[in-house]
Design a protein. Structure first.
Length: 231
């Protein structure tokens, strides 16, 4: 499994190591005070994603503000960003952790993990796998905008890249990259749109791909964005 992780994501770090690396940088180079820091996440709804990194163990507020929905897309939008900005301690700091996730199981299967209490492997990220299944079958966008809006958004985003996804040797890896790019763009747009709400606050963007493994094993994180913005 580790060989497949290293081959697919050569720079990936263990989730705990990634957290320590980022926190040390933020404290030593950017004067972050963990007691005056809150966390916002834009990660998938899947219950195995939040424990993959350990940021809530290292800051004063142990619960996170959730921007994300299926696939990690920031569905909370501009209203969510404005609300989050209003929750940052006075002259304080925020970390926004974002990105999609992908499973790599002990059997070496990309897109699957074995979860607690289950003998079979299940899809991870299931929402992205479902989107790819529709693309491969030529079904296009079929999710209902009213009853399944988040899945519709993912299908719409990926349908713009359907040819390159299908041609890739591992379509899920390509689709995960495309969703990451889309989330990264949207997070930066939302931050810029909400700038006036972040006055006198400092925000760290930590973006990348969560790599989930089987239950009881360490998860990994492929860091793609690490930047600090003062307003
Ligand atoms: Zn997911």
């Amino acid at each position: 499994m580790k060989e497949i992780i290293k081959r697919t994501y050569p720079n990936a770090k263990d989730g705990s190591d990634l957290t320590s690396f980022c926190m040390n940088e933020l404290k030593n180079k950017h004067q972050f005070d963990p007691d005056k820091t809150i966390l916002g996440t834009s990660v998938c709804s899947d219950e195995i994603v939040p424990p993959a990194t350990k940021f809530t163990d290292q800051i004063g507020n142990s619960s996170a503000f959730h921007f994300g929905g299926l696939g990690g897309y920031p569905f909370a939008g501009a209203t969510g960003f404005a609300a989050f900005a209003g929750h940052i301690p006075d002259n304080g700091f925020a970390i926004i952790l974002y990105g999609p996730h992908i499973g790599i199981s002990s059997s070496g299967t990309i897109g699957y993990v074995q979860r607690k209490g289950q003998s079979a492997e299940t899809t991870c990220c299931g929402a992205l796998m479902a989107s790819i299944g529709k693309i491969k079958a030529g079904h296009g966008i079929t999710a209902d905008t009213e009853m399944d809006f988040q899945q519709w958004t993912l299908e719409k985003t990926l349908s713009a890249h359907s040819e390159t996804i299908i041609k890739d040797s591992v379509p899920l890896v390509k689709a995960t990259d495309e969703i990451y790019n889309s989330i990264d763009n949207r997070i930066k747009q939302l931050l810029s749109l909400s700038e006036q709400h972040f006055q006198n606050k400092t925000v760290a963007l930590i973006g990348g791909i969560v790599i989930n493994t089987d239950f009881g094993m360490d998860d990994w994180f492929d860091l793609r964005e690490f930047s600090v913005h003062s307003f």
